[in-house]
Ligand binder design. Structure first.
Ligand SMILES: [Mg+2]
Length: 258
C-alpha cells in the first residue's frame, strides 16, 4: 500500500520528466496558479521535458498550448493531450469513417469528429460522444437517449462530475454523460483520466518514460489513479479541488504548491 509523504518543495524528489494536469495546477479559469508558471519556466531552462494532460475537451491541444504560451509557458501543440484526443482515438479504433456520431460538446470537438470522416447526425448514430457542453439541455439529453436505446455506444470524454473555475466550480462532462447513462441504463465508456491511456499517449508522443516521470494533479479521483495506473509517481498539488480526506486514493506525495 502506498504511503503518502508531504513535500515542502518539489525539489526534494528527483525526476527527469513532468506530466501535468492543467485546471487547478497551472491555472484556474484564466488566472495562473501562483508559482506554477515560474516552475515550468525553470524546467524549460534546465531541459526537463513536460507534457500536459487535461480532461478538458472543450478546446484543441493547439488552443491550450496557445493559452499556456499566453501565461508565459513555452508550449507547442504536441505538448498537450486532451481527453478529446484519446476519445477520438477510441472512436477511430471502434468505428470506420462514414459512421454517424451524435456529439454533445464544443464546436471545436464537432469539427474534429467531422474531420476524421464521421457524419455529425442527430439520429441513427453509431456512437454518442459526450463532452462538456454549456448549451446541454433536455432536448439534447432526449436525442442522446434515443440514439443509445437504438444501440449507439455511449462514450464520455471524461468522467469528471465537477471542475474548478475562477471563484468556484461548475458541473463537468461526467455529470452530462451520467444523466444519459442513468436514463438509458447504458454503461458509458470513459476516456481521459483516471484511465491511463491519456498519459501513455503523452509519454509516447514526447519520448518520456514512466519511470523517469512525475504526474502533477489536483484531483484524487482522476489525476492520481491515472498516474499510478501508468506507472508514474503521482503528486497531489493542493491548488485546485480540495483534498477529500475520505478518499481511499493515496498519492505518493502531497505538495501545497509548485
Ligand atoms: Mg485539475
Amino acid at each position: 500500500m502506498t504511503t503518502t509523504r508531504r513535500l515542502g518543495s518539489i525539489d526534494e524528489i528527483s525526476f527527469s520528466a513532468v506530466l501535468s494536469d492543467l485546471d487547478g495546477v497551472v491555472y484556474r479559469g484564466e488566472e495562473a496558479v501562483p508559482g506554477a508558471v515560474d516552475r515550468f519556466k525553470r524546467w524549460q531552462v534546465s531541459g526537463i521535458p513536460y507534457c500536459f494532460v487535461t480532461n478538458n475537451a472543450e478546446k484543441s491541444a493547439s488552443a491550450f498550448a496557445e493559452k499556456l504560451r499566453g501565461l508565459g509557458i513555452d508550449c507547442g501543440r504536441d505538448r498537450v493531450v486532451t481527453s478529446g484526443d484519446v476519445a477520438l482515438n477510441y472512436l477511430q479504433s471502434q468505428f470506420e469513417p462514414g459512421h454517424g456520431v451524435y456529439v454533445i460538446g464544443s464546436q471545436s470537438l464537432k469539427n474534429r469528429v467531422a474531420e476524421l470522416g464521421y457524419r455529425l447526425v442527430d439520429g441513427h448514430a453509431a456512437a454518442v460522444l459526450v463532452a462538456l457542453d454549456r448549451n446541454f439541455d433536455y432536448a439534447m439529453m432526449k436525442t442522446a437517449l434515443s440514439n443509445v436505446l437504438d444501440g449507439a455506444r455511449l462514450i464520455g470524454t471524461n468522467p469528471d462530475p465537477i471542475r474548478p473555475i475562477a471563484g468556484g466550480f461548475e458541473p463537468s462532462a461526467g455529470a452530462i454523460t451520467h444523466s444519459i447513462a442513468v436514463s438509458s441504463g447504458a454503461i458509458p465508456v470513459f476516456l481521459g483520466k483516471p484511465e491511463p491511456e491519456i498519459l501513455r499517449a503523452a509519454m509516447h508522443r514526447t519520448g518520456i518514460s514512466a519511470s523517469d516521470a512525475i504526474m502533477l494533479g489536483d484531483k484524487l479521483d482522476t489525476d492520481i489513479p491515472a498516474g499510478q495506473r501508468a506507472g508514474v509517481t503521482s503528486i497531489f498539488v493542493e491548488t485546485g479541488v480540495p483534498l477529500d480526506a475520505r478518499s481511499t486514493v493515496k498519492p505518493e506525495y502531497i505538495l501545497a504548491s509548485l
